[in-house]
Design a protein around this ligand. Structure first.
Ligand code: NAD
Length: 276
């Protein structure tokens, strides 16, 4: 079994981005909008800021209180859209429940949409694949980069994605499809999940339930990608029972240190692309 080391690969990408930003007349500027006091969101935004610095990207964090009205948030985003110095915008999710996430996502200028969440960008990506939209969804893009780095074949393979969100599951399925895998997408109402996952040469778990994927659900030699981030006290756990699944898998991503760091690296990659 080999570990797909997201920390190491993300460092490589940060270095590539730094080399590219060093040659630019103006450094890209990523604005991050954080609403509320979610401790995990605060950690992610801080981490993104640190990595921006390492990549030669300026960052600006706008922190708004939990009770910020939707109107006020829309106003803040509009200001960033119009600000010529800001080249990319990222609204940290989740948002407080009184705010309509869809409206906020749609309010970001697609030309500054670092997360590839705007329907214009995500629609282009889903229809035509990467290269057609300027940006690509960061988490699945990072996963594809990890698979490619280890020369893991995708074409003709059976891939199973558990989870169908717009940020991970759906675009992940699209990435694998565009590389000629045969893809099955599972979700909360999928019956007999284990029967489906046991067929997978490549299994991506993006659910948010610790230890959902156990060793008997895995084909021997499968490539297992764990996107899940579940807090267990101070510990961060994935969706996969790492200890037992790693004994059967050919490749596996750890949590932490797998998909997470690559997601940030690809967010910065998108920021670079938007600034070009
Ligand atoms: P989401 O809640 O939007 O989607 C979860 C999906 O899981 C849904 O499609 C649902 O149908 C499915 N699901 C729920 N219970 C299931 C079950 N018992 N069996 C099969 N499917 C089930 O979540 P999301 O935003 O896609 O995130 C998923 C997980 O990935 C979360 O833990 C999140 O924190 C994590 N995440 C990590 C990164 C990273 O960079 N590592 C990035 C994004 C999300």
């Amino acid at each position: 079994m080999k570990i797909l080391d997201g920390n190491k690969l993300s460092e490589k990408y940060i270095k590539i981005i730094r080399q590219k930003t060093a040659k630019m007349k103006r450094r890209p500027v990523l604005a991050m909008v954080l609403v509320g006091d979610d401790p995990a969101s605060k950690i992610y935004v801080r981490r993104k800021g640190v990595l921006c610095e390492q990549a030669g990207i300026d960052s600006k964090t706008i922190i708004l209180p939990e009770n910020t009205s939707q109107k006020k948030l829309l106003g803040a985003i509009d200001k960033l859209n119009k600000d010529k110095n800001i080249t990319a915008i990222m609204v940290q999710l989740p948002l407080p429940s009184h705010i309509d996430k869809k409206k906020i996502i749609e309010s970001v200028d697609p030309k500054k949409d670092a997360d590839c969440l705007h329907p214009e960008n995500l629609g282009k990506f889903i229809q035509e694949g990467e290269g057609y939209s300027i940006v690509a969804p960061a988490t699945p893009l990072g996963i594809i980069k990890m698979l490619e780095e280890c020369k893991i074949p995708i074409a003709g393979k059976k891939a199973v994605v558990i989870g169908r969100s717009n940020i991970v599951g759906k675009p992940m399925a699209q990435f694998l499809l565009s590389r000629d895998a045969t893809v099955t997408v599972c979700h909360r109402l999928t019956k007999n999940l284990a029967k489906i996952t046991r067929e997978a040469d490549i299994l991506v778990a993006a659910v948010g339930k610790k230890n959902l994927v156990k060793a008997p659900m895995i084909k021997k030699g499968a490539v297992v990608i764990d996107v899940g981030m579940n807090r267990d006290g101070k510990k961060l756990l994935g969706d996969v029972d790492f200890e037992n699944v790693s004994k059967k898998a050919s490749y596996i991503t750890p949590v932490p240190g797998g998909v997470g760091p690559m997601t940030i690296a690809m967010l910065l990659w998108n920021t670079l692309e938007l600034a070009k």
